[in-house]
Design a protein around this ligand. Structure first.
Ligand code: ZN
Length: 252
């Protein structure tokens, strides 16, 4: 079994297009998406359309979910961007016709997906949409948190949400990929794999991140894209705070 896992696109079509080109160049045919297709960025429509077309499944992220609930828990930048995104994507008589399909696609996102012994969620099995799993949980929350999460994992759990790529093992070891092409071999054990973020990396590497799974090996690929084009678009949209663009320059 060979596939790519992407997550946290956040309406960044430049990053998403570059990642799909990289996946295609490697001849990977199956693509799974761990959610947060929208939020923060300037191009929700194009990202939803491309994800809906290319991904075998997409699970629901907290930003996707907030379209249909509320963005009150978000910080002001995220909340303003989410409300702006909702205005653009909501279907209606005077709205673009394609919005209906986009809205229904996002509304229909499933909370989690399992394929054999592989498990896919945005956040965590205990709270698929909202809970964060951090590398630091190994030191501070191993007993109460990680152990109960690993109980729900047969072999490999793929998550996004923190925008920080890593692997955790159930023996509480962690692996952080520090370069493009860094890989980790999965043995007969249990793992949590965070695939990083396509559209808003936060590990100080500005390149888009995704994971390739191939015969029990996960490889973290980093893909350069036109960050400045996204920064300029964010500048031009009044509802989007410019910090949402400038943070992309620093990868934070
Ligand atoms: Zn996210």
């Amino acid at each position: 079994m060979r596939f790519a896992v992407i997550s946290d696109i956040h309406s960044n079509i430049e990053a998403l297009t570059a990642v799909f080109a990289d996946i295609d160049a490697r001849g990977i045919e199956r693509i799974f998406c761990l959610g947060d297709v929208i939020g923060y960025g300037p191009d929700p429509e194009a990202c939803v359309d491309l994800i809906a077309k290319r991904c075998e499944f997409t699970v629901r992220g907290n930003h996707d979910d907030a379209l249909f609930t509320s963005a009150d828990r978000f910080n002001p930048y995220a909340r303003n961007a989410l409300n702006w995104t909702r205005d653009r994507l909501a279907p209606g008589f005077f709205r673009p016709r394609a919005n209906r399909a986009r809205w229904e696609f996002l509304q229909g996102l499933e909370l989690e997906k399992r394929i054999d012994e592989l498990y896919f969620v945005h956040g965590s099995p205990r709270d698929p949409v909202n809970e964060y799993i951090y590398r630091e949980d190994v030191f501070f929350n191993a007993e109460g948190k990680l152990k109960t999460i690993f109980q729900k994992v047969e072999h490999a759990l793929f998550v996004g949400h923190t925008h920080l790529p890593m692997v955790l093992t159930d023996s509480l070891k962690s692996f952080v990929p520090e370069e493009d092409g860094a890989s980790f071999d999965l043995e007969d054990d249990r793992y949590i794999i965070n695939v990083g973020s396509v559209g808003q990396p936060r590990d100080r590497d500005t390149r888009a991140c995704y994971v390739e799974y191939d015969a029990a090996r996960v490889t973290f690929h980093r893909v350069s894209y036109d960050v400045e084009a996204v920064v300029a678009k964010i500048e031009s949209r009044r509802a989007l705070d410019s910090v949402l663009g400038t943070r992309l320059r620093d990868g934070v």
